[in-house]
Design a protein. Structure first.
Length: 198
């Protein structure tokens, strides 16, 4: 018995178009919220309440491999991290694997989940588990699938200044359990830049 039977929807279906549009709207709303939050002047918090919640946003460049061929491609992405002083946080990310494609095969993923981080001086290693949707375009634009994806990953951020961190390594293993031709996996490694909003 498969855990996620019949979750996959074709992006040509009304449900698939609705879910894809909802993912784009959620990403746009998050970006607008972050842009507005950075313009709001901050107030000084009492010493006992500092760093209770940290909101950061960033961009990444990635190298990706898909178990469909296999294929090696390049991508870009954006992410938002909500971290707490208790080391537990939330990460939301969107990735577009569009570059170095053959036969029009490309993918986009939108996922969100929990993240746990440590602090060692300027270094912040973390582990994460995400769940979301992946949009896969088949060769020669013969069709698209909007599938469930489950991601496990981790990496290391380096705090360069008080507000800017370098994402020096991020690795993810993605499982596409309801891919049209059976279970598919993908691996990606990325680097990027993260800016603390508050």
């Amino acid at each position: 018995m498969r855990l996620f039977d019949d979750f996959r929807v074709r992006s040509g279906d009304a449900t698939g178009r609705f879910l894809q549009a909802s993912a784009y709207r959620a990403l746009l709303a998050s970006a607008l919220l972050l842009a507005g939050a950075s313009a709001v002047p901050a107030q000084v918090a009492p010493a006992g309440h500092q760093d209770v919640l940290r909101l950061s946003a960033g961009v990444i460049g990635s190298g990706d491999t898909f178990q469909y061929g296999p294929r090696k491609m390049l991508g870009v992405g954006a992410f938002v991290d909500w971290d707490t002083s208790s080391h537990i946080g939330i990460e939301a990310e969107a990735r577009w694997v569009e570059f170095h494609q053959r036969a029009d095969v490309h993918a986009a993923t939108f996922s969100m989940g929990l993240r746990y981080h440590f602090v060692f001086g300027r270094f912040q290693p973390y582990a994460k588990g995400l769940v979301g949707l992946g949009n896969f375009n088949y060769p020669y634009n013969l069709g698209q699938d909007l599938d469930l994806i489950v991601t496990a990953g981790g990496g290391v951020d380096y705090r360069w200044t008080r507000r800017i961190s370098l994402r020096i390594a991020d690795f993810e293993y993605q499982d596409w359990p309801e891919f049209h031709y059976g279970n598919m996996t993908s691996l990606n490694g990325s680097v990027g830049l993260k800016v603390r909003i508050f």
